[in-house]
Design a protein around this ligand. Structure first.
Ligand code: ATR
Length: 278
């Protein structure tokens, strides 16, 4: 056995991967906590994903994050799957177990809820109906986390209604589907509003939702974090709603993997936000 201490290694796999902010998050935490480890962005195509996941443990990796377009595929390749990854239907956090097995988890829903808890301390999933715009992979994680956190009613609208109907069938009667063209109606009495579409992102069209029916005590959050203040959040702010930007979800979803792979609990704070936005 080598007398040298093993250098802790982790990374993120995706395609494309150059834009990923995860390396900045992990570098900040590794430096702050004085851990002599590395977190490496890896461009891997779909055909190579299985080989990559099987060989990374042999190279000394403790685990990897998985991002677009591999999140569903990675779940299917895993030997063991957490309950929440199974419910969400995709994986973002892969841990290589001591026996070489692949354990898949999904921390997106955790990141979503933690961001709201930390930045809107009075927020509660069960306070009243949640209104979710969008029915893609991100919306699945949000719906699962609302259900797990005790929400009684989840209203859902999506441009392509069939995707929302499919989520309703999958997640059950707590989910109520609204027509995209009548999206304003689902805000009446809502206590949380979530944009889980890509609208409002730099370079995309704005999310145009009439907020007239929205009560001031609703918390409005956006999964889009570029820009930090999306037009939806600016509008919600202007009518007096509490708003939470989407960067926190990205930061909090990274924490469980860091803790598992590097053995220390990281903190999400302003210094991290600054490091990631720089
Ligand atoms: P993600 O995993 O980030 O959720 P996705 O599965 O591609 O990505 O989903 C993107 C979401 O943004 C979907 O809800 C999509 O609506 P459709 O299902 O109708 O495609 C929504 N979206 C993207 N562009 C949109 C647009 N121009 N108008 C309305 N919704 C849009």
């Amino acid at each position: 056995m080598s007398a040298l201490k093993r250098i802790p290694l982790a990374g993120v796999i995706g395609s494309p991967i150059a834009h990923s902010k995860s390396p900045r998050i992990f570098k900040h935490w590794l430096t702050k906590l004085g851990i002599p480890g590395y977190y490496i962005p890896m461009e891997v195509s779909s055909v190579d994903l299985e080989d990559a996941l099987r060989h990374l443990p042999q190279l000394g990796f403790s685990g990897v994050n998985v991002t677009i377009p591999h999140k569903e595929h990675a779940l299917g390749l895993a030997d063991q799957v957490s309950d929440r990854a199974a419910v969400i239907g995709s994986a973002n956090t892969i841990t290589f177990l001591a026996d070489g097995k692949i354990y898949a988890d999904n921390t997106d829903g955790y990141g979503f809820v933690e961001n709201l808890k930390q930045n809107a301390p009075t927020w509660k999933a069960g306070a009243g109906p949640a209104a979710i715009l969008g029915a893609g992979g991100a919306a699945r994680a949000v719906i699962a986390s609302f259900i797990e956190s005790g929400a009684a009613e989840i209203r859902l609208a999506n441009r392509t209604r069939s995707r929302a109907d499919a989520l309703r069938r999958e997640f059950g009667i707590k989910v109520k589907v609204f027509d995209w063209v009548q999206v304003g109606n689902m805000l009446d009495g809502a206590k949380t509003v979530v944009n889980a579409t890509s609208l409002g992102m730099v370079g995309k069209s704005e999310m145009r939702v009439p907020l007239d029916g929205l009560s001031k005590d609703a918390v409005v959050t956006d999964l889009v974090y570029a820009p930090l203040e999306t037009p939806l959040l600016a509008h919600a702010n202007s009518i007096g709603c509490e708003t939470v930007d989407g960067l926190g979800m990205l930061l909090y979803q990274a924490a469980p993997g860091f803790e598992r792979w590097f053995g220390m609990t990281p903190t999400v704070d302003d210094a991290l936000r600054t490091a990631v936005l720089r």
